[in-house]
Design a protein around this ligand. Sequence first.
Ligand SMILES: *[C@@H]1O[C@H](CO)[C@@H](O)[C@H](O)[C@H]1NC(C)=O
Ligand SMILES: *[C@@H]1O[C@H](CO)[C@@H](O)[C@H](O)[C@H]1NC(C)=O
Ligand SMILES: *[C@@H]1O[C@H](CO)[C@@H](O)[C@H](O)[C@H]1NC(C)=O
Ligand SMILES: CC(=O)N[C@H]1CO[C@H](CO)[C@@H](O)[C@@H]1O
Length: 465
Amino acid sequence: MTKRIIRWGVAALQLAELFVSSVVHLLYGFYIFSSAVAGDLSLALNECLFKPNKNAGVKDDLPGGASTNAVNLPPIVLVHGIFGFGKGRLGGLSYFAGAEKKDERVLVPDLGSLTSIYDRARELFYYLKGGRVDYGEEHSNACGHSQYGRVYERGHYPEWDEDHPIHFVGHSAGAQVVRVLQQMLADKAFNGYENTSENWVLSITSLSGAFNGTTRTYLDGMQPEDGRTLKPICLLQLCRVGVMIYDWFDIPWLKGYYNFGFDHFNLSWKKIGVWGLVDCLLGNSGPFASGDWILPDLTIQGSMQLNCHLQTFPNTYYFSYATKRTRKILSVTIPSSILGIHPLLFIRVLQMSQWHHPPDVSPPYKGYRDEDWQDNDGALNTISMTHPRLPIEHPSQFVKNDSDCQPMQPGIWYYKIVEGDHILFIVNRERAGVQFDLIYDSIFERCRKHVFRKSPPTLPNEAHQ
Ligand SMILES: *[C@@H]1O[C@H](CO)[C@@H](O)[C@H](O)[C@H]1NC(C)=O
Ligand SMILES: *[C@@H]1O[C@H](CO)[C@@H](O)[C@H](O)[C@H]1NC(C)=O
Ligand SMILES: *[C@@H]1O[C@H](CO)[C@@H](O)[C@H](O)[C@H]1NC(C)=O
Ligand SMILES: CC(=O)N[C@H]1CO[C@H](CO)[C@@H](O)[C@@H]1O
């Protein structure tokens, strides 16, 4: 009798938790969406009323996002994470909270907000080089989507090669996307580009990068048994149904505004009809059925599978900022602040700091310990963000003071641990205050001044003197 009451109590508690976190996430999504719309409307209104000039809102970018005097600089490419978006989506909103304006040549691609790491890496290549996205025949057949995707009429950096390498800065899953892309370049995995190599990438900077997976995926609904399938009732199930309905209705202006990136799965009603939707909802087809979406890549098992094939290369510079919003008091890990953590993440910081791997499920790897994974930023475990560790650990060095690691060596992951939650350095720059400028200024300065292969790059303002 008491056992049954306890079981019901636990179930009721879990449902209440699900309800609260769905409401919090929905409200936040709605808040972002409506502030983007409001921003756009007020901009449009302003232009109508005060500047009857048709070209005022249209800033024509030079190829590569370069301003006129920066065409010789290698671009710095900012790669968004889960639920992220690139330049042009969500109106004037910036995923990187305007950090892209800090340097003269920054690109912010849009790679789909829930697409898999593999698909994002493919898309990123064609975004830069130009042409039609080719996801590869084998992968596309295995995952049940079209082999070819959207067409980039003109690449954003068509001259990209070993002599014109690029800096990448990835947030969260974006950091892993860049690693996968670098490995693809090394493996010469793009048809028609036989000369690609790992040296096309000059540096990778990771901001809260998802290298070793996160225990949050299990809290949100991934099964800890396999790290691939979903629990029957969970936040991710709600998200799955919402995404499929959104994509099925296929309303052009809405999708122009925000896109989950599943166009290559043909989820629109025009293509699959009502039965296609039912089939997807039942879990027989679509990205969620084949596991070709981002969540399976963020579980510990998924990350280990990816990491098996990913190298840290000797001629590329690596830097990483791991974030943390927990601290230990008498060997118990708890959130380190109440007001300093975004309301969207607070419950998750607490839950992740208390996470225990289910005792009846075999651990994701030999030597797994819950206490290693308790420090976190509300989305990722701090241990996962410093450098790639699973299944084998890559060379790394903890940085206390930037001047300690000058001159920087390639092939080593330099990392810092920053007190902050997972979204401190994106979307809303006011939250991070002066820290925001410090972190992005140091990233851009490092790319421009301290990281190079042959000779230091000439800065445009020095070239004239
Ligand atoms: C999606 O639609 C396109 C064009 O309508 C077609 O060429 C492609 O084969 C379809 N892909 C899948 C996976 O059904
Ligand atoms: C590939 O590199 C070789 C040697 O560097 C060069 O001769 C060849 O033209 C390159 N091919 C392409 C397609 O760029
Ligand atoms: C970092 O090192 C430099 C030179 O060694 C020193 O001047 C500076 O105060 C140090 N900064 C911090 C924060 O320790
Ligand atoms: C979080 C973490 O680093 N876990 C593991 C990553 O992989 C290495 C190698 O297997 C382990 O030693 C770490 O404990």
